[in-house]
Ligand binder design. Sequence first.
Ligand code: KIV
Length: 293
Amino acid sequence: MRTQLTAPAIRAHKARAGSEPLVMVTAYDAPGARMADEAGVDLILVGDSVAMVVLGYDDTLQVSVADIAHHTGAVARGLASSAPDRTAKKPLVVADLPWMSYHTTPVDTVLNAAQLIRSGAQAVKLEGGRKRLPMIEAIVDAEIPVMGHLGLTPQSVHAMGGFKVQGREHRAALELVADAKALAAAGCFAVVLEGVPDEVARMITDAIDVPTIGIGAGPSCDGQVLVFHDVLGLGSGNYPKFVRRYADLADEAVAALERYVADVGSGDFPGDDESYHVSEEIAAEMLKGRSSV
Ligand code: KIV
C-alpha cells in the first residue's frame, strides 16, 4: 500500500537534520504526472509555468485560477491511475496560485486556494515576501498547506524589469533572508528559492527551519525543482543556465513525426495490420452487392 507524502512530512525535511534532498518537478497533465510519479519525485508542482511551456505565452501572467484548476485535475487523475512499484510514496501535489488570485483580499485568496484543493492539489504555492503575509496567514488559517516562493518571482516580471537573478546585492540578500524567516514563521511548510546566488540560498537555508527548494539557486538548498519540459528537452531550445537537460525529447519527437510524414507519403502507413477488416463472408457479400449496383 502506497503512502501519501504530506505537507507536515515535507516540512520536517531539512538537509542539516540528515534528510535526503527533496525532488520536485512540474507537471501539467495526466501523462506527465504518471511519469514523474514513476520516476520517484517527492512533489509535483502544477506551476503557472504552464502558461509559457505549454500554452505558448511569453510570461506566466496569462493563466487564471480556472486554468490551474483544470491542469491540477488532470495531474490528480494521472496520479490516481498510476501504480509504480518502484516508489512507495505518492508525491504531494502543489498547485500554483496564479497572478491576481492572491493580490486583492485574504477572502478571495482563500476561496481561490480552496478551488485548487478541490481540483486535486494538497497544497498551494504563492510568490512574494512579507507583503503577502496576510494572504499566507489566511490560507494557513483555512487549513491549507502553503509553500512560499522568493527571489526571481516570475509573476513580478514587469516590476523586476525582466527575468533577472535576485539578491545579488548585500541589502537585497538580507531582505530575502528576512522574507524567508517571515514566511516560515507565518506557516509556510517549504519555500522555493528561484534565481538567487548560491551564497544567498545557503544563508536562507541556514536561517529557516522549513526546507528550501531551489531552482537556479545552487546546491545548498534542501531540495531542487525543475520544469518538466526543461528536464526532458521538450522546450523551444532556449534553456536557462541552471537547467540540466536529461533528454532531448523534442528532437526525438520531430524525428518520429518525420518518419510518420514519410510513411503516409509513401503509402507505407497504414499497413494491413493497422487496418480493420470485415469477415471473408461479408467481404464476398459486399463484392456481390457491388456488381448488382
Ligand atoms: O511555475 C513554476 O514552474 C514554478 C517553478 C519555477 C518553481 O513556480
